[in-house]
Design a protein around this ligand. Structure first.
Ligand SMILES: Nc1nc2c(c(=O)[nH]1)N[C@H]1C(S)=C(S)[C@@H](COP(=O)(O)OP(=O)(O)OC[C@H]3O[C@@H](n4cnc5c(=O)[nH]c(N)nc54)[C@H](O)[C@@H]3O)O[C@H]1N2
Ligand SMILES: Nc1nc2c(c(=O)[nH]1)N[C@H]1C(S)=C(S)[C@@H](COP(=O)(O)OP(=O)(O)OC[C@H]3O[C@@H](n4cnc5c(=O)[nH]c(N)nc54)[C@H](O)[C@@H]3O)O[C@H]1N2
Ligand code: SF4
Ligand SMILES: [Mo]
Length: 900
């Protein structure tokens, strides 16, 4: 059935499923002008206050990610398709047996900031109110938990004070450990439009630092010293808001005492930055009344992330720059519904609706839920939770909407623990993630475009995600699946919801229940929404919480009255002792590996990997390395490199770049065993965690590197079935294949897959052709070509089921786009022609308008001197604007060459 036939309306307003900016999206069914073909178009929703109609490259490519191909469409038990009755009975009976034999703490849920609030709410309710354990944690532990812990320490509540408007009004935005140009692009564009000064604090150069007025490339993990130093400087130079400190805060003297030793000179040395540059930043902060500190994973993913967060918050409390327009410590959330998860109590140390495990709160939540068995205390946080799976303490685990076999530190150990766990249930929308491969039971979930509910973005704004496509195959909504299992466990009444709106209303009731100074005053309160009708829920206008009797239309900014949620009502300063990362270099592992995100991919690529054009920017696992380091270790640009840590190994293609500092490396997190050989970065991490938040240290891994000697490279195109068979054999470690193959990665293309292979030795063509032709069931023709650039081999079958090119030089292989097109067409008369006609591939900088780096460089050489001129000539940067920082970097590097 055509995708458009599944479209239930002509226009549907929903929210983007990617980052925490939470952009409004309008999906429409349209007929193309030419062929009259029906298509689904995705545009930014102009009415949505988060983006006013704009979308970044990921959002604007959403239509390319839709469709049933590659989806999990039926439940699978032990690898075989089964019906829902069997699947749900299995899930419920395994949970029941495990609880009966070993108690409630022997089961666990591991959830995700990509679930909708309603899904999250019922999962949490089932575990904490009915099964009786708080072993419910979430991938937000790897992401936001230090920000949560720090806000609670400072404000007595997990409450983000700011609003996006503050970015429009700020004079200064300090981005700390954030590559917002790539990770929160629409907000970054908003900051740029507002003309605030930008300071970027990040050990490496990024698309974000490229646009900064000041970039402080500090020693990895040294942020707390920088902010202790700032507090000290603000005190020395009379920038304190003494009135605010006296009236509205406590513990200032302790924080100041801890900061006193951090003179600018000492900070400059500790953080390895120029004193002048440091003082320039300190002075800018001192004199900018309106300043926002905007921070993300460079701060959170640390073994002292909570302290680092508080060191930033301290500076805002000291200057009274909180609760005012253009001000505040702004922790930006990563996932689309990280914030919703925090609201419902998705973290193991929270209960629900911002309540934690005090006796009063356990009783309070229990009364609203009419709970059968309330959990009595916090449960295990992610790293401990998977340790308990490994030790056998946890015997049944249900994982929803996350891929811990890739994203957890020491990822291989997590996968191994899951493989030996007696019961592993995984709810996902695709069948072949690394985590799904560890599952006994796989449950097909609906996903973006199909499911309905709410999400909360980084500025506390609740928006609707709305399904506009019918459920594919037998997939069900996550909340429905959870409620079905709950009913089978005997909790029918408490989980008898008819719709997501029913769940939302109960969530709103709980948020307002006994929420006042006499009982337990909580920041999260949406009680004004407790009685909304189904129609109002359907037409929900995005609102920022709290939404209650006092603020029926929501609240843009918190703490304007200087009142906080601590017992004294005062905000707390925290004395911070800067501490180095736990993972430290040594002789065996002399380099520090940093990890993070690329512009066009989302996490383990289960959605963005479906849009072919999103792979144009970067299609292979990479390793960024400074030229000096590359020389030292004998590594050339584009060469395959092996990275090793105490815990594991990672293979990636070297990108030699001066954006890295010597001694440091960077690798993107997006590849997994499903997509490439040995490309799971988190397999390298030792799981050190922050003692307060439990968040793992994921930005500093001590490693060593070596170049991998490659005999030659092969590019292989296969139609879907044959490609799946090859993929299966590669993943199973087929000895015959790995006799020749050193490394592989794959790229989905229309009609099949492209595999890129690095070969260890001259292939035994007879054997390889035999092996490969058994995939396609066809005879292969073999041809040796002698070209000016060297010898190349071409293998192909008559129907072009399969096409292989090899060459000693990776760059000398033909253009991949042309080859991909060849896969969809009948065999050309002479396939060897493909080798002569087309040059090697070029990296796309502008994904939307398909403008390559080479074209941009040519235009610059011909005189294009600004981003807008490039846009006029080539169109690049004129659609979503996500590539503008890279255009600017290319212009700058050419300018530097011209000047130098
Ligand atoms: N394109 C894209 N966007 C995304 C995502 C995605 O997968 N793809 N994921 C979303 C999610 S869930 C999240 S959590 C966010 C994350 O958003 P970000 O935090 O902006 O992204 P990261 O790339 O993880 O890391 C940010 C920066 O921290 C720096 N860093 C590393 N160590 C340190 C340090 O010691 N100090 C400082 N100051 N900086 C350091 C890194 O060099 C990196 O540039 O992105 C969201 N947006
Ligand atoms: N080394 C290193 N490791 C990291 C990080 C890092 O910076 N460095 N960052 C960490 C951070 S911040 C994060 S957020 C994590 C992200 O890591 P993960 O959460 O593990 O990655 P995702 O690929 O987002 O996994 C989401 C899964 O849910 C599925 N899915 C999508 N929609 C739905 C749905 O509606 N229902 C269900 N049931 N399934 C769905 C997708 O197909 C996918 O398999 O990685 C963490 N790990
Ligand atoms: S910035 Fe991009 S990825 Fe993030 S919500 Fe907006 S469109 Fe989606
Ligand atoms: Mo995240």
């Amino acid at each position: 059935m055509a995708l458009t036939e599944l479209f239930s309306a002509h226009r549907s307003c929903t929210t983007c499923p990617y980052c925490g900016v939470g952009c409004g999206v309008a999906a429409t069914r349209e007929t193309t002008s030419g062929g009259g073909e029906e298509v689904i178009r995705i545009r930014g929703d102009e009415q949505h206050p988060a983006n006013n109609g704009k979308l970044c490259v990921k959002g604007s490519s959403l239509a390319d990610t839709l469709g049933n191909h590659g989806r999990l469409l039926k439940p699978r038990l032990h690898g075989e398709d089964c019906d829902w009755e069997t699947a749900l009975d299995y899930a419920a009976s395994k949970l029941r047996e495990t609880i009966d034999a070993h108690g409630p703490d022997s089961v666990a849920f591991y959830l995700s900031g990509q679930l909708l609030t309603e899904d999250y709410y019922v999962a949490n309710k089932l575990m904490k109110g009915f099964i009786g354990t708080a072993n419910v944690d979430t991938n937000s532990r790897l992401c936001m938990s230090s920000a949560v812990a720090a806000y609670k320490r400072a404000f007595g509540a997990d409450a983000v004070p700011c609003s996006y408007q503050d970015l429009d009004e700020a004079e200064l935005v300090v981005l700390i450990g954030s590559n917002a140009a790539w990770t929160h692009p629409i907000l970054f564009q908003r900051m740029q439009a507002a003309n605030a000064k930008l300071v970027v604090i990040d050990p490496r150069g990024s698309a974000t630092s490229e646009m900064a007025d000041i970039h402080l490339a500090i020693t990895p993990g040294s942020d707390a010293a920088l902010f202790n130093g700032l507090l000290h400087y603000l005190t020395e130079f009379g920038a304190l808001d003494q009135g605010f400190i006296n009236e509205h805060t406590e513990n200032f003297a302790d924080a100041l005492y801890a900061a006193a030793e951090w003179t600018p000179e000492k900070v400059a040395e500790y953080c390895s930055v120029e004193l002048d540059q440091l003082l320039e930043f300190y002075e800018l902060f001192r004199t900018s009344e309106k300043s926002v500190s905007f921070y993300s994973q460079g701060i959170n993913q640390s073994s002292t992330g909570t302290d680092k967060n508080n060191s930033i918050i301290n500076c805002h409390l000291a200057t009274g720059r909180i609760g005012k327009p253009g001000c505040g410590p702004f922790s930006i959330t990563g996932q689309p519904n990280a914030m919703g998860g925090r609201e419902v109590g998705g973290l193991a140390n929270m209960l629900a609706a911002h309540m934690d495990f005090t006796e009063d709160n356990i009783d309070r939540v229990g009364r609203v839920w009419n709970a059968a068995k309330m959990a009595q205390g916090p449960g295990l946080k992610a790293v401990d939770l998977f340790n308990a799976v490994e030790s056998g303490e946890i015997k049944a685990v249900w994982i929803m909407a996350t891929n811990p076999a890739v994203s957890m530190p020491d990822a291989r150990r997590v996968a191994a623990a899951l493989k030996k766990c007696p019961t592993v249930i995984v709810s996902d929308c695709v069948p072949d993630t690394d985590t799904a491969r560890c599952a006994d039971l796989l449950l097909p979930a609906t996903t973006w475009g199909e499911k309905s509910g709410t999400v909360t973005n980084s500025e506390r704004r609740i928006s609707r995600q709305k399904g506009f496509l019918a459920k594919p195959g037998e997939a069900r909504h996550d909340w429905e699946i959870i409620c079905e299992v709950a009913r089978r466990l005997g909790f029918k009444e408490a989980f008898d919801y008819r719709s997501a709106a029913d769940i939302f209303r109960e969530h709103a009731v709980l948020s307002g229940f006994e929420n006042n100074r006499d009982h337990a005053l909580r920041a999260f309160d949406i009680s004004a929404l407790a009685n909304i009708s189904d129609a109002q829920y359907d037409n929900f206008i995005p609102l920022q919480w709290p939404v209650n009797a006092a603020h029926p239309h929501g609240t843009a900014r918190l703490f304007s009255d200087g009142e906080f949620f601590t017992p004294s009502g005062r905000a707390r300063f925290v004395a911070v002792e800067p501490t180095c990362p736990k993972q430290q270099t040594c002789d065996a592992y002399p380099l520090l590996l940093n990890s993070g995100r690329l512009r066009d991919q989302w996490h383990t690529m289960t959605r963005t990997g479906r849009a072919r054009k999103l792979l144009d920017h970067s299609e292979a696992p990479e390793l960024h390395v400074h030229p000096q380091e590359a020389k030292k270790f004998g590594i050339e640009d584009a060469q395959l490199v092996r990275v090793e840590s105490e815990k594991g190994q990672f293979f990636g293609r070297a990108r030699v770049t001066a954006t890295q500092k010597p001694g440091q490396l960077f690798a993107p997190i997006h590849w997994s065993d499903n997509l490439a050989h040995n490309a799971t970065v988190s397999a390298l991490a030792i799981p050190f965690t922050d003692p307060l938040s439990g968040q793992p240290e994921l930005k500093q891994f001590a490693v060593t590197i070596e170049p991998l000697n490659t005999h030659s490279y092969a590019c292989l195109l296969l139609r879907t079935e044959a490609a799946e068979e090859l993929h299966r054999r590669l993943q199973a470690g087929d000895a015959q294949l790995f006799d020749t193959i050193l490394h592989w990665y794959r790229v989905p293309v229309q009609g099949g897959y492209r595999f890129e292979l690095a070969l260890k030795k001259q292939p035994d063509w007879q054997a390889l052709a035999g092996n490969l032709s058994s995939l396609s069931g066809q005879q292969l023709n073999r041809k040796r070509l002698h070209l000016p650039s060297g010898e190349r081999w071409l293998l192909h079958s008559k129907q072009m089921e399969l096409l292989v090119f090899t060459s000693a030089d990776w760059q000398a292989l033909p253009d991949r786009k042309t080859l991909e097109n060849a896969l969809q067409q009948p065999l050309p008369d002479a396939p060897a022609k493909l080798l002569h006609d087309v040059p090697a591939g070029a990296q796309m900088v502008c994904t939307c308008l398909q403008v390559s780096r080479r074209e941009i460089e040519t235009a610059i050489a011909e005189g294009a001197a600004s981003v807008s001129e490039l846009g006029e000539r080539l169109g690049c940067g004129t659609n979503c604007g996500s590539c503008k920082p890279e255009l600017s970097a290319l212009l700058n590097s050419k300018l530097a060459i011209a000047v130098g």
